[in-house]
Design a protein around this ligand. Structure first.
Ligand SMILES: *[C@@H]1O[C@H](CO)[C@@H](O)[C@H](O)[C@H]1NC(C)=O
Ligand SMILES: *[C@@H]1O[C@H](CO)[C@@H](O)[C@H](O)[C@H]1NC(C)=O
Ligand SMILES: *[C@@H]1O[C@H](CO)[C@@H](O)[C@H](O)[C@H]1NC(C)=O
Ligand SMILES: *[C@@H]1O[C@H](CO)[C@@H](O)[C@H](O)[C@H]1NC(C)=O
Ligand SMILES: *[C@@H]1O[C@H](CO)[C@@H](O)[C@H](O)[C@H]1NC(C)=O
Ligand SMILES: *[C@@H]1O[C@H](CO)[C@@H](O)[C@H](O)[C@H]1NC(C)=O
Ligand SMILES: [Zn+2]
Ligand SMILES: [Zn+2]
Length: 303
């Protein structure tokens, strides 16, 4: 959040894919950045003050559910309070994820929050989508609908020198999948990383774009909306390359499909079966579905 203004000024939206084990309670593996949420289950009701609620507010703010920007170096006595704003943020969260709208930190809500997910906000707090889109589909576009200009239908992509050959083909397959599904874009791999439209790289920790990765099981990947063209995978994740799902690993091709959706201008979908749904469990594979395809067609062909 600290670098929010930087993002806005360069129209650089980052998408952080956060993966943890799909069944939290049965795992004794190391915690993720979301682990603190586990301690909040059933912790409290409106009006109570509990340690961890400040972090929960930051979590909800990061994903677009709450306007919470505590000033630095400024004591806020209420930052651990379960206030009205937190309750309504929880309700919006529960609505997005098709949970019971209780406004409390019940079990299903906690489990959902612990799930692997992308760091891109689910909710655009300052923009309403046209209603008709919601009636037929669940896809969303980025804020102000950024997209590639009409003359850019053949996008180039490149990998840097340090990119492992192992991880090339899953990404190439993901591009080919989107090309076929969109019926609009073609993607061509080029060598010139610096001048490619889309730059795919593995990055580790704080890597200079204001959205540091957080080690294993933390942030997985992020990508920018058009036309910045950056896709970063977290080098600290346990990646796998299929074709079968590998337990406790993250399928690179599935995440690449999701992040390429962002590169093309799609935001998160409320359709759990869409690749643009915000999360993917470890040890699973996922492909495009009709909601994803409708989304890209609506952005480039219909509109
Ligand atoms: C996992 O957590 C344990 C206990 O906190 C720690 O000793 C260990 O180094 C951690 N392992 C990894 C891979 O982070
Ligand atoms: C909010 O609460 C946390 C945890 O108690 C504390 O460390 C932090 O300084 C507080 N932040 C503000 C802005 O009050
Ligand atoms: C919603 O509440 C009902 C009734 O308590 C329960 O049966 C159901 O499992 C809940 N659904 C979710 C998604 O939590
Ligand atoms: C797309 O661009 C690449 C690189 O400039 C070029 O090699 C390729 O022929 C182009 N493809 C199409 C379909 O225009
Ligand atoms: C690989 O190279 C790219 C491009 O120079 C750089 O941004 C990235 O940090 C490098 N990745 C790792 C894991 O060092
Ligand atoms: C990565 O996944 C492999 C395959 O399941 C597993 O053997 C290995 O322990 C995992 N490594 C980490 C650090 O989780
Ligand atoms: Zn995402
Ligand atoms: Zn990055």
């Amino acid at each position: 959040m600290a670098s929010k203004s930087t993002f806005l000024s360069i129209l650089y939206f980052l998408f952080l894919f956060q993966i943890i084990k799909s069944d939290i309670s049965s795992q004794n593996t190391n915690s993720s950045a979301f682990e603190f949420i586990k301690n909040l289950q059933g912790c409290c009701q409106k009006g109570s003050k509990v340690q961890g609620l400040h972090d929960l507010k930051l979590y909800l703010a990061r994903f677009g559910y709450l306007n919470y920007q505590p000033a630095r170096n400024q004591l806020n006595a209420n930052n651990e309070s379960f206030d009205d704003e937190l309750e309504s943020a929880l309700k919006i969260y529960q609505k997005f994820y098709h949970l019971n709208i209780t406004g409390t930190l019940d079990g299903p809500t906690i489990s959902r929050m612990l799930m692997p997910r992308c760091g891109h906000p689910d909710i655009k707090t300052h923009q309403q989508m046209p209603k008709w889109l919601h009636t037929v589909s669940h896809f969303q576009f980025g804020q102000n609908n950024p997209k590639w200009p009409v003359e850019k239908t053949n996008l180039t992509y490149a990998f840097p020198k340090n990119y492992s050959e192992t991880y090339v083909s899953p990404v190439v397959r993901a591009f080919n999948t989107w090309a076929a599904a969109s019926g609009y874009f073609t993607f061509s791999r080029v060598d010139d990383f610096a001048n490619a439209d889309l730059k795919i790289s593995f990055e580790r920790g704080d890597h200079g774009d204001g959205a540091p990765f957080d080690g294993p099981s933390g942030v997985l990947a992020h990508a920018s909306l058009p036309t910045d063209g950056k896709l970063h995978f977290d080098a600290d994740e346990n990646w796998s390359v299929g074709p079968e799902p590998v337990p406790n690993t993250i399928d690179l091709q599935s995440v690449a499909l999701h992040e390429i959706g962002h590169l093309l201008g799609l935001a998160h979908s409320e359709d759990e079966n869409a690749i643009m749904w915000s999360s993917i469990p470890a040890g699973s594979l996922k492909g495009l579905n009709s909601d994803d395809i409708l989304g890209v067609k609506a952005l480039y062909i219909v509109t």
